[in-house]
Design a protein around this ligand. Structure first.
Ligand code: SF4
Length: 344
């Protein structure tokens, strides 16, 4: 019998399975707790589930969607990169970063990516397929088994463009946020996009409670199109117009991500234009000095990085400037470096 995937179903869907099999609805909540709260994949370990139900579930459903293939640990920081294998032998990567009392995981939403950002290792792989909600959730669950420290933050910034897998990504965020699931605060879940405009619109219209990050990376259209071809379709002005509709909430500000590339987007004038976007959107600006992936791009020197950041500080009225010195670049786990090198 071909087993169906149960990981990734929400409480309503699990309740339906229980009803179809004549199990009372409270059993669905028990099962949901075991799967998501406790990360248990073996039904015989779910000790308040009746034997008959346990046997039926283990025959008909597959609980585990990912296999841990390899764990690499950074020697410089408390960062680990985890390579997972999917049921169809695809490889994806996630990163777990612990800094003081914060444990942030960066998870993947697709195998590869079709967006083709020129500076990104995932983009170089091409696109294979989107991940199911269960595969997204299982990255979280498997990391809780590797690390003792509880996960405090989840960022959808691993492999793939989350908004090209919108439904599964949002469904997974709902399970992460659900008090009966992982119970993570809404402000602790960040979804990042390269600028898929119709989905940004949908995200705002649906009043999704999660944090939104935009991978901007250039101050003008010519540069952005050169490094992010998606800009030909949805340019900076179109993005800004949509983002201005995002409600300004002190706890839930938009994040403009800006990977700083030597000689490409690192001038004082770039910083000034970026500052004008920040003041308009009342958002956060996150500057990420580029992490080497052995391609044509390079990190600017320290003086250029400092000038860029100082210009942002000088022009800062309604935004907040952050600088992310990415973690785990000695194990290719930093921003833009994920590529699961063994995929076909
Ligand atoms: S930066 Fe994100 S959207 Fe762009 S190619 Fe890489 S994974 Fe895809």
């Amino acid at each position: 019998m071909v087993q169906k995937q149960i990981k990734g179903l929400n409480l309503q869907e699990i309740t339906r399975i229980c009803e179809m099999n004549n199990f009372p609805p409270f059993r669905a909540k028990q099962l949901y707790h075991w799967m998501y709260r406790h990360g248990i994949n073996e039904t015989n370990e779910m000790n308040n589930i009746p034997k008959e139900m346990s046997e039926l579930l283990s025959q008909e459903y597959q609980f585990k969607t990912l296999q841990v293939e390899e764990i690499q640990s950074s020697e410089k920081e408390n960062t680990k990169k985890i390579l997972f294998k999917t049921h169809d032998n695809r490889l994806i990567e996630s990163v777990s970063m612990i800094d003081k009392n914060l444990h942030t995981i960066c998870i993947s939403s697709q195998v590869g990516c079709s967006v083709d950002c020129q500076f990104c290792a995932t983009g170089e792989m091409g696109f294979m397929r989107s991940l199911s909600c269960g595969e997204i959730i299982d990255q979280f669950i498997e990391i809780t088994k590797i690390r003792e420290e509880p996960i405090t933050n989840v960022v959808y910034m691993g492999m793939g463009e989350p908004f090209l897998n919108y439904n599964e990504v949002i469904k997974s965020a709902e399970i992460l946020h659900d008090p009966h699931g992982m119970n993570l605060g809404r402000n602790r879940i960040t979804i990042s996009t390269s600028g898929i405009l119709p989905k940004i619109k949908q995200f705002i219209e649906e009043k999704q409670p999660y944090k939104l990050a935009i991978s901007l990376n250039a101050a003008d259209d010519e540069t952005r199109t050169r490094i992010m071809p998606i800009n030909k379709k949805w340019n900076i002005e179109m993005l800004m117009r949509e983002l201005e509709k995002y409600p300004v909430d002190k706890k839930n500000k938009i994040m403009l991500e800006y990977v700083l590339l030597k000689g490409v987007n690192d001038t004082k004038s770039d910083a000034e234009i970026l500052a004008s976007y920040g003041n308009k959107l009342r958002c956060k600006i996150n500057v990420i000095p580029f992490n080497d992936i052995g391609n044509k791009f390079a990190r600017p020197d320290d003086a250029t990085i400092n000038r860029f950041i100082e210009t942002l500080y000088e022009n800062q009225i309604h935004y907040q400037t952050l600088v992310r010195w990415s973690k785990g670049n000695d194990i290719d786990a930093a921003c833009g470096q994920l590529s699961a090198k063994n995929n076909d």
